[in-house]
Design a protein around this ligand. Structure first.
Ligand code: TYD
Ligand code: MG
Length: 450
């Protein structure tokens, strides 16, 4: 076979070069040249716009589309994140730090399929023996799953078109390469090009394809980020490595809700779905301490009780705002609102904030709980531990409603809370037994009740 021709294009300006250089000679940008396969121009002569007559247009109502068929993965939490199981012909990217449990999760999902013989697990990182050892540990060593240790994308596709699996896993895209490019596996161009081959193949053959991608330390380069636009669903594995709990979050989903969260616990027999996550995030340390507050957050389509801890201390120098699991800019904004509309200044204070359990909070419904936690630490007062909080704080100090108000309140009641301080517009129409809902309009009003 003749060696395929490649060239280098600049990601910034698109200029083409025959060899790699550090700086683009046209636009002057640094490190933007990536290798691409040279496409041979077609020989046919330009025939004018006449050819367009052959293309027919279809009115929308004439298209018959059936609701996509879904295949359960046998792991309820994963099915929920995917929007009710995996869709045939869909491509799912699973990103996460090395060692967080991606291979474990997918091996479990494949082994739990109704017919595991229809699944193909392609390993580029580990040997077949290593995969087998893991399978034994997970108690699925005897499942007739098909395995393949291969890294060349052309061979994988050739084999998969023969075998016709229903589900295929590529672990991981960083190890896969295509022979049309000369750059090393794991480079941006290899990852992008190999994944593009696989995605095209999945769409043509109707295979559900999982791509595993490591997120590397320095961020997006060659990581799963460069693939996000190509795939149907992007899942990210979150969670602290030293904690038992792992969260799988849908960042993008063409077949379901985004920001859906699946919660797993890593055990000695693999990942186990956590059916009542609120209970585990709270049970840890429900002792009364200043700066500790429980909030009801909204994750995808369900409420979740989470503990927030704040520590306010005298600052020596520039006041610091340090957050774990929360956006520190949002904290700065909330502190400004607290100053202007609550009359409490934190100019000479360091403020540290921690979301307990390795959870990342991205919604504004946490605003009220965060300011209450900060105030509680500042005043060194404990907050009654049977009260839960949620609500968004506006720049003029008003408390705004958040989605899922009713469900959040019910979740708090279900877990034994006696009271909730919530935005006025989230007040439920019916009274809840043995539960008091304090609905307020503004931050000032909320502070009066604490
Ligand atoms: P792994 O799935 O290999 O991570 P990734 O593919 O994301 O790199 O597994 C990660 C960790 O999980 C590993 O450190 C060992 C641990 N583990 C368990 O605790 N229990 C188990 O049953 C298995 C299979 C792994
Ligand atoms: Mg792995």
């Amino acid at each position: 076979m003749a060696k395929a021709k490649t060239q280098y294009t600049c990601n910034e300006c698109g200029s083409i070069s025959t060899k790699w250089v550090g700086q683009c000679t046209d636009c002057g940008a640094w490190n933007t040249l990536t290798e691409v396969a040279m496409v041979k121009p077609s020989n046919s002569r330009w025939q004018g716009y006449a050819g367009a007559q052959d293309i027919s247009l279809i009115p929308l109502p004439d298209i018959t589309a059936q609701a996509a068929e879904r295949l359960s993965t046998g792991l309820q939490e994963l099915d929920q994140v995917l929007g009710g199981g995996m869709v045939e012909g869909s491509v799912i990217l699973i990103g996460g730090d090395p060692g967080i449990g991606k291979s474990t999760l997918l091996l479990q999902a494949l082994a739990n399929l109704p017919d595991p013989a229809q699944a193909l697990y392609v390993t580029g990182e580990e040997s077949l023996q290593q995969v087998s050892l893991r399978a034994q540990r997970l108690g699925v060593g005897k499942v007739p799953l098909k395995l393949l240790a291969e890294t060349q994308v052309e061979s994988i596709i050739a084999l998969a078109s023969n075998q016709k699996p229903r589900v295929m896993v590529i672990d991981s895209v960083q190890t896969i390469f295509t022979q049309t490019l000369q750059s090393a596996p794991g480079s941006v161009s290899q990852v992008r090009e190999s994944a593009a081959h696989l995605v095209r193949f999945a769409k043509q053959s109707g295979i559900s394809l999982y791509l595993v991608g490591h997120v590397n330390k320095d961020g997006a380069i060659a990581g799963p980020r460069v693939l996000e636009h190509m795939v149907d669903t992007v899942l990210y594995f979150e969670g602290e490595k030293d904690s038992r709990f792992r969260m799988v979050r849908a960042i993008k989903n063409r077949f379901g809700a985004v920001n859906e969260l699946g919660i797993f616990a890593m055990t000695d027999k693999g990942l186990r779905g956590v059916s009542n996550p609120s209970a585990i995030f709270l049970s840890r340390s429900r002792f009364l301490a200043p700066g500790t507050v429980v909030m009801v957050t909204w994750e995808g389509s369900r409420p979740l009780l989470i503990e927030i801890q704040a520590l306010v201390d005298d600052s020596h120098g520039i006041p610091r705002r340090v957050t774990v699991g929360y956006d520190h800019n949002r904290l700065a904004l909330l502190l400004a609102v607290l100053n202007r509309h609550g009359g409490i200044a934190m100019h000479q204070m360091d403020v540290f904030l921690n979301v307990v359990g390795g959870v990342k909070i991205t919604e504004t419904g946490a605003d009220l709980a965060i300011l209450v936690a900060v105030l509680s630490s500042y005043r060194n007062n404990t907050i009654d531990n049977s009260t839960a909080f949620f609500g968004e704080i506006g720049l003029s100090g008003e408390l705004r409603p958040v989605p899922g108000g009713q469900e959040r309140i019910l979740e708090a009641a279900k877990h034994g809370f006696k009271r909730a301080i919530v935005p006025k517009a989230n007040e439920p129409r019916q009274k809840i037994e043995e539960f008091e809902v304090i609905a307020v309009n503004s931050l000032q009003e909320a502070l009066k009740h604490i």
